[in-house]
Design a protein around this ligand. Structure first.
Ligand SMILES: *Cc1c(COP(=O)(O)O)cnc(C)c1O
Length: 733
């Protein structure tokens, strides 16, 4: 180890910069940064679940100073920091070119959940993951973006399976000091405290800032000593509690979020409601205008011009509804400030304002008070226009003003480390970008290197190159697939060993086979997603797994909502099959699905199974995480897949249609699923040439990479939002 003498001042600066780096979750999508934190303490990195802040707190100042005397390590730390600063300072961005108006007056994006990283579990599912990916891409593209959400100190639940194979839930207390969060302070250096009226009370809240690259997301936290316990608990759990808790959380999010922005002196150019949970923000915008002396109708009209709304599900239970009593109770004081009656207020959330029997629907409020609205895939847009047609009775259904923007994922955030390195190496080998991880890489590493890498990954050109066997041989691609499958299988085995609640012992090396076609299913266990559908053909599936020449195996994961016993029964059934049926050893259920598990599975599986009841999967995004890893989709023609599938890049279950009867649909889909599996998927996977290479399979992977990866990402998605909805209407068209 060669030593250089870093001066104490240099060391102090480096350590301060490392802390700054840890408190910007840019590191969650930068491989070099993650490697530094990992290397500081591999064991803590693993045990503290890849939490850079916690690792830094574990390592003493003295140890850091000593470690940074290792010249090579210090050099890499400086490189990552340079890269980080270059990212933050970059002026040649898409946003500056195409949306300069947003840098002064940002987008304010309200979402009840944000999924950034496994270390900050404040998302329940796809909605939150999408919000997190939206924020990351807004940062990459450099459009002005401020996110608003809540700081749930117990987060979303952790799943534990008990001896009856029944899901139980527990919660862990999150410690802000140990997370990539910073308290928002006022001019005196004290926590900034704002107020929102709930029931007849003033509820106080403080705020945590998540630095997401260039973007920021503020998390409101009502856990203040000024508040009674039941108000402190508003920000305890993601979607915790009953409808009363829910409405109060939503007042805090919507009204509180606007109050916070005003306290910070922010004048957003647009307020984006990510689902109905955030729609109370419109009431605060109306109140502001009333307070400035505008008449009510005028205030409503002006508010509409400021807002846009995204709906995320056609599932009825996904749309919050509150009855009149609850509205009157929770919004008692606010209503007084709005100077409107309860009837007028209720009218804003009803399709038919005069209908006393109709409850207050947050989606209706969001739609009524927005200048534009959208669903999250083409089909979901169409379904939403039908669903909300009654709000525009004078228009034919196809002219209902709900458009669509298909969801995506933040590509570099989802790409597994070894895969990112693999692509990086390939790029450097082909005369593209230099490889920063090569040992002789000191000379070329320039600030901005990482920025061009991000751009490459999100470009069509890069993925077209990948499709070219000259650039990437079948052998290399197949080797990568093997490596990823093995990593997943070993991850699954380790996870199963750890969970003492699964006492039915099965020898480590008998659990899953590294050579077998591995099919993954991981998502929330909402019943419309029909997790156990494939086992409707149980005897046939047993035949498949018994076929020694071409074996198949299954990995499942997912959480059911704590009050969803039907979803829990699905989990129970699958775990039971994994332990006591002929599928034992060939089927596993990984407990506690989260972002980390999702990444392992979407990268390591060969096939990503998706069999929702059409058209209820508004978009779905987990299948989009598969593409850059060479995992293929096998899916119902719903959500994003019916747009992405072109006959050459994966597998379809059934057609772009569905019968009206649910029973009929389930039966048909189960048969079609089995048909696709046996007639297309398995033959393609096991069709090997004399060198053992599945050429046909690899061709499908190449096609998936070219056609899907550059399209179904949040770089494309956020650009679409910006062009269609964020820019002021006069310049946006
Ligand atoms: C991607 C992701 C989701 C969303 O998956 P769907 O395809 O929409 O079901 C949900 N939860 C986690 C943890 C994810 O990573």
């Amino acid at each position: 180890m060669s030593m250089i003498a870093l001066s104490p001042e240099e060391l102090t600066k480096l350590i301060a910069d490392l802390n700054r780096l840890a408190r910007n979750i840019w590191w969650t999508w930068n491989q070099g940064a993650q490697e530094i934190f990992h290397e500081l303490s591999p064991r803590c990195w693993q045990n503290l679940y890849h939490n850079a802040v916690a690792v830094l707190r574990e390592v003493s100042d003295y140890e850091l100073r000593v470690r940074l005397q290792d010249e090579e390590f210090a050099r890499r730390v400086r490189q990552v920091l340079q890269d980080f600063d270059a990212y933050l300072a970059d002026k040649e961005t898409w946003g500056r070119q195409h949306a300069p108006a947003l840098s002064q007056h940002p987008v304010a994006y309200f979402s009840a959940e944000f999924g950034f990283h496994e270390t900050l579990p404040i998302a329940a599912g796809g909605l939150g993951i999408l919000a997190g990916d939206h924020a990351k891409s807004a940062s990459d593209l450099d459009i002005g973006f401020i996110g608003i959400s809540l700081f749930y100190r117990e987060g979303y639940f952790q799943q534990q399976i008990n001896q009856d194979n029944w899901q139980t839930e527990y919660y862990t207390l999150l410690n802000p000091d140990n997370l990539p969060l910073e308290p928002v302070l006022d001019a005196r250096g004290q926590p900034l405290v704002c107020v929102v009226e709930i029931e007849l009370t003033d509820v106080y809240f403080q705020v945590w800032r998540v630095n997401v690259g260039r973007a920021v997301v503020y998390l409101l936290d009502s856990n203040r000593p000024e508040n009674p316990q039941h108000h402190r608990d508003l920000t305890r759990r993601v979607y915790g509690g009953d409808n009363t808790m829910r409405i109060m959380q939503e007042v805090l999010l919507g009204v509180g979020g606007v109050r916070l922005l005003r306290a910070l002196g922010v004048q957003p150019s647009v307020f984006h409601m990510n689902e109905g949970h955030a729609a109370f923000l419109t009431l605060e915008l109306v109140r502001e205008k009333l307070a400035a002396g505008r008449p009510f109708a005028d205030a409503v009209a002006k508010t509409r011009e400021q807002c846009i709304f995204t709906t995320h599900t056609p599932v009825e239970a996904g749309h919050d509804r509150f009855n009149q009593d609850l509205m009157g109770y929770a919004l008692r004081k606010l209503m007084g400030q709005l100077k409107i009656s309860l009837e007028t207020l209720m009218g804003l959330g009803r399709v038919n304002p005069a209908d006393d029997a109709e409850s207050f629907c947050m989606t209706v409020l969001g739609l009524k008070l927005s200048r534009a609205a959208n669903g999250v895939s083409e089909l979901h847009g169409r379904v939403s226009r039908q669903m909300w047609h009654a709000l525009w009775p004078d228009k034919p259904v196809d002219q209902v003003p709900i458009g669509h923007i298909t969801n995506g994922i933040h590509l570099t955030g989802w790409m597994k480390g070894p895969v990112r390195k693999f692509w990086q190496r390939k790029l450097s080998g082909a005369g593209g970008l230099p490889d920063p991880l090569a040992s002789d890489s000191t000379s070329f590493w320039k600030p901005g290197h990482n920025i061009s890498l991000e751009r490459e990954f999100n470009s069509t050109g890069f993925w077209q190159k990948v499709a070219d066997p000259e650039f990437l041989s079948d052998e290399e691609l197949w080797a990568l697939r093997y490596k990823l499958r093995r990593e997943l299988i070993e991850f699954a085995r380790r996870r199963l060993e750890q969970h003492v609640s699964q006492p039915d012992f099965i020898a480590f090396d008998q659990l899953l086979q590294p050579d077998a076609l591995t099919i993954g299913f991981a998502r929330r266990f909402a019943t419309y997603k029909r997790a156990p559908l494939i086992f409707d053909q149980f005897d046939n599936i047993v035949k498949l797994i018994r076929d020694r020449r071409q074996p198949v195996q299954f990995i499942f994961a997912g959480k059911a909502h704590p009050r969803d016993d039907d979803g829990k029964r699905y989990i129970q059934r699958i775990i039971h099959l994994s332990k006591f049926s002929d599928l034992k050893g060939h089927l596993v259920f990984i407990e506690n699905y989260d972002i980390h598990v999702a990444r392992q599975m979407a990268s390591g599986c060969d096939v990503w199974l998706n069999n929702p009841r059409r058209p209820l999967e508004a978009s779905g995004t987990s299948g989009q995480k598969a593409g850059c890893h060479g995992c293929l989709n096998l899916s119902i023609m719903d959500g994003w897949w019916r747009e992405g599938f072109d006959g050459t890049n994966g597998f379809a279950i059934g057609t772009d249609n569905h019968p009206d009867s649910i029973e009929e649909q389930d039966r048909l889909d189960s048969a079609n699923l089995f048909k696709a599996l046996t007639e297309e998927v398995i033959p393609a996977f096991y069709n090997r040439d004399d060198r053992g290479i599945p050429r046909q399979w690899l061709q499908l992977i190449r096609r998936a990479m070219v056609t899907l990866v550059p399209q179904y990402n949040t770089w494309r998605m956020v650009q679409e939002y910006t062009r269609k909805y964020y820019l002021p209407p006069q310049t946006g068209k």
